[in-house]
Design a protein around this ligand. Structure first.
Ligand code: ZN
Length: 183
């Protein structure tokens, strides 16, 4: 069975879910690159779905300790990931020194248990946070004590409920692509 590609924002996406994530990033007002670059890793060829150049993982202290680069790889899956996929994500992170995030299902912070950090550490229960003051976006463990911004120092609860995040989630879920209607 051939999957119909979904066109949005100048890209042809392999799946509706990927296109919905593109809508999500658009409304989050953060740039994304789709299928930026493929890698030949030990476990096989790997082409990550998205690269988010202006999104950081956790805070600056975590970054300097773990020694990784700016930006994150972002993988969208319509089902549970396999062990092999997890291993590939780990290898991708090791090789590129860029954090690797995988999310199963639609963007939804209330479903944070489906959002994983695979590299540099393994964690689950991740979400997008956007600073209410400087608008910097990070991927972080969903917990009040981490709801702060290491760029401008702003500390405010529920950064995962920034209006851009909520509107991005709604638009990603409700976007219709059938008749060439772009959200
Ligand atoms: Zn800030």
């Amino acid at each position: 069975m051939k999957v119909i590609e979904t066109r949005f924002d100048g890209y042809n996406f392999r799946s509706r879910l990927e296109a919905r994530y593109a809508v999500f990033f658009k409304y989050l007002r953060t740039p994304y690159e789709y299928e930026k670059e493929g890698y030949k890793l030990n476990g096989g060829l790997y082409l990550p779905d998205f690269f988010l150049p202006e999104v950081s993982l956790r805070n600056e202290r975590y970054k300097s300790q773990a020694g990784f680069e700016n930006g994150v790889w972002f993988e969208a899956k319509g089902r549970s990931h396999t062990d092999k996929e997890f291993k590939l994500c780990e290898m991708l992170g090791e090789y590129t020194r860029i954090p690797v995030i995988l999310c199963e299902g639609l963007p939804d912070y209330t479903n944070s248990l489906k959002m994983f950090e695979f590299w540099p550490s393994w964690d689950q229960g991740m979400c997008f946070m956007k600073c209410f003051r400087c608008n910097k976006i990070k991927i972080e463990f969903l917990e009040s004590s981490y709801s702060n911004c290491s760029f401008c120092g702003h500390d405010e609860d529920s950064m995962w409920e920034h209006s851009d995040i909520l509107s991005a989630e709604i638009n990603a879920k409700s976007a219709r692509f059938e008749h060439g209607v772009s959200p």
